[in-house]
Ligand binder design. Structure first.
Ligand code: FES
Length: 101
């Protein structure tokens, strides 16, 4: 489900970067070579996660590895910062976005 409040559009649609296949909550998605996981999540879901307190949608803050707002979980158990982790083919991102407020 895309967050209806946030819509991002890729502005370099003509890029020759290779497609990367990965998944978010079991759904197949694609990114482009060089995308961060933050980019992939925002493009496909409009948010990264829901806040533990209150359930508000979070989308990162600094975008440069400083604020700690973008920690996400991969299906293999790794916790990574979405803004500073490059998307790789086969990655499986697990979020709590489908768990309502
Ligand atoms: S958005 Fe701030 S550390 Fe990733």
């Amino acid at each position: 489900m895309q967050n209806p409040c946030v819509t991002f559009h890729r502005i370099n649609a003509g890029s020759d970067r290779a497609l990367i296949a990965l998944s978010i909550d079991g759904r197949a998605v694609t990114g482009l070579d060089g995308d961060t996981l933050l980019s992939v999540l925002i493009m496909h879901r409009g948010a990264l996660r829901r806040a533990e307190a209150g359930g508000d949608l979070r989308a990162g803050f600094c975008g440069m590895g400083a604020c700690q707002d973008c920690w996400i979980t991969l299906a293999d158990g790794r916790r990574v910062r979405a803004c500073s982790t490059l998307a790789e083919a086969g990655m499986a991102i697990v979020t709590n976005l489908d768990h309502g407020q």
